[in-house]
Design a binder for this molecule. Structure first.
Ligand SMILES: [Zn+2]
Length: 478
């Protein structure tokens, strides 16, 4: 309860900060607007908002709220960036459209239309093919050996890969650990409207302990405090609080920590953090109003994270029955990342231990049977970005219904991200994040691998299989 109160107070404080920032921006904007020459009508006269833009999406089959039945022959009315209404039949006009407003009909009457998909676990700054290319050239990160590429390369990667995820129908992504300089720059450019990309929630640098999974600080320089902070490396509760606060200061939307080893680091799968370090990370994240995600394989580490109040367990392959019961009671999400257990062929790993372990413990199947909250997440970045939808096939293959699999990538991810009021379903008032496929994914989940229409916040990113221009070039007045 106490934590809840803190979070509310903190949210209010953030709202005030955001409000004050927007006031400042508005004041500056008004100042500039006052000296701009008058613009022609329709373009948006000074001080007036641009004319309303209406889109009527004719949906052959509409799954507006995953978990409820789809309906045939529906119209989704989009006004600017949001859904204004969802109506039966194919509408061709909008009652009460203000003068000057524009209207466009989008014919998806032969398509299956559903909310924009979300992936709760990606790493946007690289993927195996890029890292291999670098390694084959003999290139090394100038600061951190073993880390693929520079921050600048990471930013270019993140721009390309974010768009590739969007092209695949993923309108919201949660990046759980990337070069922070790289991904913050890309998220900010998208949020500022300079580039059409997916909505991205960022962890910045994943938090790890010295020698732990994700610690890529250079050998011999572990005392370099600034490198440790930038890399999210911490030991002991005080340092770990600081590491969380540092990512918060950079603008993180979520805090990610690696509480056990992982398949990518050869550090085993056992606990690497003490309970007081886990407690420090989770409670500091909650104090500043952020959710916390724990990379965890060992059942001991999973349970310590749940005890500390973590919001999601990532991977969780070795989840035991006690852990399942604790997660169920606490409402903790599992983000299964089944795709991550299958290393891409590029790694040339015969008989991968990750697949063996997954099949031995069947954590996903047991969690689903127990009714745990499951949020779709893939670990894209450990394999090629844009192929995220293969996770749906794995989920359904391991016994989840196609409807629940779609729900896990829409309604459930929105709940985990804390954005249910804004996204996750196609309902009046929400942001217009809409995708379409040929065929019925409730009958054949594989069709989600071929999304050919994508709209994010009312802007068309992909139509008839083609991506629209990524960048916008607003006129600059000086
Ligand atoms: Zn990951």
């Amino acid at each position: 309860m106490r934590m809840q109160a803190h979070r509310h107070v903190n949210q209010a404080t953030r709202d005030v900060r955001t409000y004050m920032k927007s006031c400042l921006v508005a004041a500056l904007l008004c100042l500039y607007m006052a000296v701009l020459p008058a613009q022609p009508a329709g373009v948006g006269a000074p001080g007036q908002p641009p004319p309303d833009r209406y889109l009527l999406i004719h949906a052959g089959t509409l799954l507006a709220v995953p978990g409820t039945s789809p309906r045939a022959g529906m119209t989704v009315v989009v006004r600017n960036d949001r859904i204004a209404a969802v109506e039966p039949g194919y509408l061709s006009t909008v009652a009460g459209m203000p003068p000057g407003a524009t209207l466009q009909v989008i014919d998806l009457s032969d398509r299956f239309v559903l909310p924009g998909l979300m992936d709760a676990h990606v790493h946007l700054w690289h993927e195996p093919s890029f890292s291999r290319h670098r390694a084959e050239r003999g290139d090394r990160h100038p600061l951190w050996p073993g880390v693929p590429g520079t921050s600048a390369e990471g930013a270019v990667n993140a721009m390309v890969y974010a768009r590739r995820n969007l092209a695949a129908g993923f309108t919201t992504l949660r990046d759980l650990g990337s070069d922070d300089e790289a991904v913050f720059a890309v998220r900010n450019a998208i949020n500022a409207g300079r580039m059409i990309g997916p909505r991205i929630l960022l962890a910045g640098s994943s938090i790890a302990v010295t020698g732990g999974h994700g610690d890529s600080t250079p050998m011999g320089q572990t005392a370099d405090a600034s490198a440790r902070l930038a890399n999210g490396t911490c030991d002991g509760p005080m340092e770990c609080r600081k590491a969380v606060r540092y990512q918060y200061k950079l603008g993180a939307d979520v805090i990610k920590f690696t509480s056990t080893g992982g398949f990518g680091s050869n550090t085993g799968l056992e606990p690497q953090l003490f309970p007081d370090e886990i407690q420090a990370i989770v409670s500091t994240a909650h104090l500043v109003g952020l959710k916390a995600a724990a990379h965890a394989y060992s059942p001991v580490a999973i349970k310590e994270a749940v005890r500390a109040g973590v919001d999601s367990i990532e991977h969780g392959f070795l989840l035991d029955d006690e852990g399942i019961a604790m997660m169920k009671k606490a409402g903790t999400f599992l983000v299964p990342t089944l795709s991550a257990s299958y290393p891409p062929p590029i790694f040339r790993i015969p008989d991968p231990p990750s697949v063996k372990l997954r099949n031995q413990y069947r954590a996903f199947e047991r969690a689903y049977a127990a009714g745990l909250k499951i949020a779709f997440g893939t670990d894209a970045g450990t394999f090629a970005h844009g192929s995220n939808a293969k996770e749906f096939g794995l989920m359904v293959g391991f016994g989840m219904t196609p409807m629940d699999a779609i729900r896990s990538a829409t309604v459930m991810t929105a709940e985990l991200f804390g954005i249910s009021a804004e996204a996750g379903t196609i309902e009046a008032g929400k942001l217009a994040d809409i995708v379409a496929v040929q065929g019925n994914p409730l009958e054949n989940i594989a069709v989600l691998g071929n999304v050919d229409f994508v709209m994010k916040s009312g802007r068309i990113a992909r139509q008839d299989g083609r991506m629209t221009e990524p960048f916008s070039y607003p006129p600059v007045s000086e």
